[in-house]
Write a protein of this length. Structure first.
Length: 299
């Protein structure tokens, strides 16, 4: 297998120590930066004459920086890659230059599932506040709607089903595996209207909840967003939230919530932690990042 001549991690990329050690064998020179670059110019300076770059989700690698890096052949995203639109790399420009861009998926979903189960149980039983329905209750019999039945959405549906919830979902198409488990595929507004708790598990920058959707959802509902960005337009979301005192909104990060200005809202709950970033997730991330690099070098 060939090696890169020079590989640069332009920011911290969360690889475990053994993976960082193995990275040294995949390039003649490896440079790892420990802070986040502040501009395209700084990114271009860090990349310099390197032929390979690694980055996480906290920086963006755009055309202005890549135009200044003539030797660049490979970009490894040490974070989720679902589509060019949601990526923090200008994948379309990279393609015009013959620069390969790889990313990873499905490395932090387990922690997210544990987060939503934990928060929902606390709400229903009244741990730390009054029980949501006045008296403690179980997830058993709860009507749960999942918007976006990808890997994390499917895992959340399975977890809720395990505890006895009734599952409906909205996705681009009906999933045969979900049908086999008894999950009901229904239009978005029907999922929102018929569910006690709704989980939005969408790709970054995907917005499906607008004025009409919040009107359909109605009151006395709990809304979780497990994506990397809000799944809603903010103004109708706030009107919905404040239309009924028992409405609740849960997000783990400020990115999912839409900003720090919403943190103090009485009906908003956020831990301000990326719940998918666990020891086990870093293990999975490291393995997938290294496999992407090896596959590129092999081919």
């Amino acid at each position: 297998m060939t090696k890169f001549r020079k590989l640069v991690a332009i920011e911290p990329v969360s690889l475990i120590p053994s993976a960082e050690a193995e990275l040294q064998t995949l390039a003649e020179e490896v440079v790892m930066y420990g802070d986040i670059p502040s501009s395209d110019e700084e990114i271009a300076r860090r990349v310099g004459d390197a032929d390979a770059v690694l980055l996480s989700y906290t920086s963006r690698l755009e055309r202005p920086a890549m135009e200044q890096c003539p030797n660049l052949k490979y970009v490894g995203m040490c974070c989720s890659l679902y589509s060019p639109e949601s990526a923090n790399v200008d994948i379309r420009y990279a393609a015009t230059r013959g620069i390969a861009v790889t990313g990873i998926r499905d490395y932090g979903d387990e922690g997210v599932v544990e987060y939503v189960v934990s928060e929902l149980v606390r709400l229903l039983h009244g741990f730390g506040e009054e029980p949501w329905e006045g008296t403690p209750r179980e997830i058993t019999g709860l009507k749960v709607g999942v918007v976006g039945l990808g890997k994390s959405g499917g895992m959340i549906a399975d977890a809720m089903s395990f505890f006895g919830a009734e599952i409906s979902y909205f996705a681009r198409s009906e999933k045969e595996w979900a049908k086999a488990k008894g999950y009901r595929y229904t239009p978005l507004k029907e999922v929102l209207a018929g569910s006690d708790v709704v989980f939005c598990c969408l790709n970054k920058n995907t917005v499906l909840l607008h004025e009409e959707e919040f009107a359909a959802m109605g009151g006395h509902k709990v809304l979780f967003n497990t994506g990397l960005s809000p799944a809603w337009d903010e103004a109708p979301m706030l009107r919905w939230l404040e239309s009924e005192p028992s409405n609740r909104l849960y997000c783990d990060t400020l990115g999912a919530l839409g900003g720090a200005h919403l943190v103090g809202h009485a009906q908003v709950r956020t831990v301000n932690v990326s719940t998918g970033r666990t020891i086990q997730a870093f293990d999975r991330l490291s393995e997938k990042v290294l496999n992407n690099i090896k596959e590129f070098l092999k081919n």
